[in-house]
Design a protein around this ligand. Structure first.
Ligand SMILES: [Zn+2]
Length: 163
């Protein structure tokens, strides 16, 4: 293992993290290293830029404002949709995701509320509007393969397998 590598574009980085919101509540955490390809926007921009230059074993507290995280909260992305417009086979559960194609590209909508005749779908990411506080520890750094760079994501254990 080469300990002198620093995080820069084209490196595959593994990190564990503990994510809290502005109130100090835990939103998510992972002790198993999450792998990503640095420089390809695999992770939110506010976190990616703060990890630049770190070396294996480094820990860092990173605060990410909504604009550099999952976006600001947009009321215009909340839709009331008749159940008859949803796929008939869908078993409706709060939190499930629907995909829809818009002129700006594919959009993911979260089912926020189920009513009698309609549902509320929310196009905001569940963490939209949140200022995020990460405690990050770098667990591994290696050079990405040419194939990984072409695909824009990590291969192998811990990476993406959907092609
Ligand atoms: Zn691939």
């Amino acid at each position: 293992m080469n300990m002198s590598k620093t995080i820069s574009k084209g490196m595959v980085v593994g990190f564990s993290y503990h994510l809290k919101n502005a109130q100090g509540e835990t939103l998510d955490q992972s002790d198993e290293p999450l792998l990503y390809l640095h420089g390809w926007q695999n992770i939110i921009p506010g976190l990616e830029k703060e990890l630049e230059g770190l070396v294996n074993g480094d820990s860092k507290n990173v605060t990410v404002p909504p604009e550099e995280g999952y976006g600001t909260y947009n009321e215009a992305l909340i839709f009331q949709v008749p159940k008859t417009e949803l796929p008939a086979e869908a078993e409706l559960e709060v939190g499930m995701e629907f995909q829809t194609d818009t002129p700006e590209g594919r959009m993911i909508l979260y089912l926020q509320e189920v009513r009698d005749a309609d549902v509320i779908l929310n196009g905001n990411h569940p963490l939209a509007g949140e200022t995020l506080h990460f405690d990050v520890t770098i667990k591994s750094i290696r050079e990405a393969t040419d194939e990984e760079k072409q695909h824009g994501h990590v291969h192998g254990p811990g990476g993406h397998h959907h092609h």
